[in-house]
Write a protein that binds this ligand. Sequence first.
Ligand code: GLC
Length: 474
Amino acid sequence: MKVLYAVSEAKPFIASGGLGDVGGSLPIALRKRLIGCRVVMPLYDKIPQEFKDNMKFITHITVPVAWRRQYCGIFEAKYNGVIYYFLDNQYYFKRDALYGYYDDAERFAFFSRAVLEIIPYIDFKPDVINCNDWQTALVPVYYSAYYANSPGFENIKTVFTIHNIQYQGKYGTEILQDVVGLGDAHASLLEYDDCVNFMKGAIECANSVTTVSPTYAQEILDPYYSHGLDPILKARSWKLKGILNGIDMVANDPETDKALPAHFSVEHPENKAICKAELQKEMGLPVREDVPVIGMVSRLVSHKGFDLVKCVLEELLATEDVQVVVLGSGDWQYESFFLEMASTYPEKMAVKIGFIPALASRIYGGADIFLMPSQSEPCGLAQMFSLRYGTIPIVRATGGLRDSVTDSGDNEGNGFVFEDYNAHDMLHTIRRAVHGFADKEGWQILRKRAMECDYSWGRSANEYIKLYKALIKE
Ligand code: GLC
């Protein structure tokens, strides 16, 4: 079986969020299960030179972007047993950031078209193309519009994976002809709500639509979570499936993680105390073993639950003996709120604005409790990282959080869970965790249970393989 995994970011080459974690780990897990899986992604200027040095130029082609043809260089590199194709066009990808440009629609229309155009040149005719999020959502659309009956492209099945339904690739309809290059015959595939909507097109055209947790697959059928796409998904729910993400257990291992000041494991958790003390020092908090450190690592945006935090953080800081450590960047209102709290409660609260992977690791490693009160969370990986690092997650029961964290109230779960998106429910749950922390022996048992949870790719990769096989048989 041959799978081409089309994605706009993949670790370790480049990543801006959880998509990059999955892009960097699922293909390796598939390869390990002897599935022929190759990855195709843009050759961003910002990919570190050490990786570029190991890329081999294969050839260059031209790719149609509506009525124009654009240069596309094809480079290849092998990493962890997986072949990666990097598609080069400096006009589109020589930029400081991955996304957020006025011409994103064109940049990723180019990339999606190129994913198909390179197939005759790479000696790899896929049985399945698995695309991800709006950036590659046009692949299934172009395939069904222009390639399905072309020689050399027959019988390719397309899978579209939704990592976050909030970002759909929505544009004005004026881009249809000159940017996307779809004429009247195919315009209806993309049109939705008087806009062009890349994700809607993929949901229509792909043979299968997956999302990153079983709960989220249910949730996005509901208008509360669907950002307008529930009618489209409901009509095609037969092809929708939720498969929980896994994490890279090698890259995220407290026994070897280079970012940590000391290493530990389930069998030898002692050095976690060193990580905690060093984290307190690094963040300028009093070094105290007896106070629970609550960590947050996140984009500071509303759907991550920061409105709840804003509502009750001061009450928490004023009434409980806790330390809170926040790392993230995003909306100004949350950044300034946390900075203000840190200056009002300097002994209890510390914040670092930014995206600093090494500090993120040190928070997973050094904190006692990890807070993730998301309003919605397709899968969420931070709760899995913190479980692996023995940091007990507090989550709201949504999406992948519901599917990976269970409440320890019954002496079986691995964390603390609250159901409703309500600030005082969250506060009550934080208090339960803080009181749980005070019971040293009970906490050690809980930590052990958390660290023993297996969120490696094993089970999930097998589910993808099952799905691919079923599609190929169709
Ligand atoms: C997106 C989602 C996150 C998920 C990740 C990887 O970033 O918001 O919940 O874990 O994609 O699928």
